[in-house]
Design a binder for this molecule. Structure first.
Ligand code: NAP
Ligand code: MG
Length: 468
């Protein structure tokens, strides 16, 4: 008798189960009709599925007892190359070993369209309910995508929707490997970037000034008391044209960002930096500095217990310091700084395929994902039946991060240990010289083995199997 995975239909979509002997990974059955090549590719993978422990017999029946995960994990499926890789991760690295209840939401762009994006909202609410989610990369539709998939409209970015519902902060953390050195010589440990993804120039009002006149900033109180106005600039004389901008933030959003940062840093036991330009912006930037200082003070006991520190720097000082620093800290940034510096840190650590991302809300709810997109260029090659060498590491670490966090919240040491075993299997594979081709130019290994998408995952699976 086949042991059935406890799969739950979070979004009412037909979710394949293993009530029948596995002839293709269950995810293949959940593939969109036009992805026939994808299905064929997945069918081909059953060979490796039978190779892992617990799937020993020809029927693909599970025979070995699995580690039980006590509470559900929210799973959000996605699009294109990452969707294909996603199915393979579950079938090779997760489901053979874990007895886990996956509350499944299909966030593929066509299913978001079918449900008028309700599925995204449901998935975010499920994350608030269960506390931990893992998300595959998804398409944020533009005009071309609306035509490609015949969508009703340009649905918003799922990540934006989920972030708004969870009120969370995104932490981006690189995976560091001994044979993939960082571009900055001193960087030995991962630098995690937290970006305050609300307000500032991303919600500003801008004006082009095309004739002489005065720009003012006015606050009109709702209680009817007198309005307050400040002159921003008088455009006059020989230079009467130019530009102007007004922006805002809210104490609630800044505080929630600060709380998420301290929650993350305390849980991960990493010191925390926050930076702004309060010497110049004595009210706006200074407010960020003060709220961070208040949060640091209110959590002083936890910060000490975790053996970490909180430091405030001027942004220019922080940028100079980080080039001489060994890393290992959480770098909390205002919106624009985080936008720019997260890309600098990602590039400094190597490949997008090695960058993970986790959304943490102030109450300690977590959503894990890879920082990269759906890798469309590789998916086109995959659809044509050509070889691909897509790096699955960040997607695998999204799963291991979520499983580890689930285990921690449930106080299940064996689940946490399994999550770390997956990560070790990935690291051993790459440090042993087997890697996808994006890493070949970065590695210090003398004769690395550059492999395709599937051979890399097979190698990780066999390292994992050997370690358990
Ligand atoms: P992308 O999917 O991140 O890929 C951009 C390029 O980066 C790839 O073509 C590839 O370069 C390299 N790359 C990224 N991830 C890689 C990996 N795992 N292994 C190897 N190479 C990797 O960004 P995009 O092409 O701009 O966006 C594609 C779709 O993803 C879009 O529809 C966008 O809306 C969506 N997106 C989603 C998320 C998310 O869900 N979090 C984030 C960003 C973008 P080469 O082709 O040179 O090998
Ligand atoms: Mg950016």
């Amino acid at each position: 008798m086949v042991q059935t995975q406890r799969l739950v239909r979070g979004d009412g979509r037909v979710q394949p189960t293993t009530d029948h002997p596995i002839t293709a990974p269950r995810s293949a059955l959940n593939t969109r009709p036009h992805d026939l090549i994808v299905v064929a590719q997945l069918m081909h993978q059953t060979r490796t599925l039978r190779d892992v422990p617990g799937t020993g017999d020809v029927e693909g029946n599970y025979t070995v007892s699995k580690i039980r995960v006590l509470r559900p994990l929210v799973e959000m499926d996605g699009d294109e190359m990452t969707r294909v890789i996603w199915a393979r991760i579950k079938d090779q690295l997760i489901l053979p070993y874990l007895d886990i209840e996956l509350e499944y939401y299909d966030l593929s762009v066509s299913h978001r369209d079918e449900t008028d994006d309700k599925v995204t909202v449901d998935a975010a609410n499920a994350t608030l309910k269960h506390g931990v989610a893992v998300k595959c990369a998804t398409i944020t539709p533009n005009d071309d995508r609306v035509r490609e998939f015949g969508l009703k409209k340009q649905w918003p970015s799922p990540n934006g929707t989920i972030r708004a519902i969870m009120d969370g902060t995104v932490f981006r953390k690189p995976i560091t490997l001994r044979n993939i050195p960082a571009a900055v010589k001193s960087w030995k440990k991962p630098i995690t970037i937290a970006r305050h993804a609300f307000g500032d120039i991303y919600r500003d009002q801008e004006m082009v000034i095309d004739r002489p006149g005065t720009v003012e900033l006015t606050f009109r109180p709702a209680d009817g008391s007198a309005a307050v106005s400040q002159v921003v600039n008088e455009f006059k004389g020989s230079s009467p044209t130019g530009i102007s901008m007004a922006m805002f933030n809210t104490d609630t959003s800044i505080r929630s960002f600060a709380k998420s940062c301290f929650t993350y840093a305390i849980a991960e036991r990493c010191s925390i930096w926050f930076n702004a330009k309060d010497t110049i912006s004595k009210k706006y930037h200074a407010r960020f500095r003060d709220i961070f200082a208040e949060e640091a003070a209110s959590r002083a006991a936890e910060i000490t217990a975790a053996g970490i520190t909180y430091s405030y720097y001027l942004i220019d000082d922080a940028v100079a310091q980080v080039m001489k620093h060994e890393g290992g800290h959480l770098w909390a940034c205002m919106n624009y700084d985080g936008d720019v510096l997260s890309d600098m840190v990602a590039a400094g650590f190597g490949s997008l395929g090695l960058m993970t991302s986790v959304l943490v809300n102030p109450d300690g709810k977590y959503e894990y994902e890879a920082a990269h997109g759906t890798v469309t260029r590789h998916f086109r090659r995959h659809q044509r039946g050509e070889e691909t060498s897509t790096n699955s590491v960040a997607s695998i670490f999204a799963w291991s991060g979520a499983i580890g966090q689930r285990g921690q919240l449930d106080a299940s040491a064996d689940v946490v240990a399994f999550a770390r075993a997956i990560e070790r299997a990935v690291i051993e594979t790459i440090e042993g010289g087997t890697m996808t081709k994006d890493l070949l130019a970065l590695t210090t290994t003398e004769h690395p083995r550059g492999v395709d998408t599937w051979a890399f995952m097979d190698a990780v699976a066999s390292h994992l199997k050997a370690s358990l």
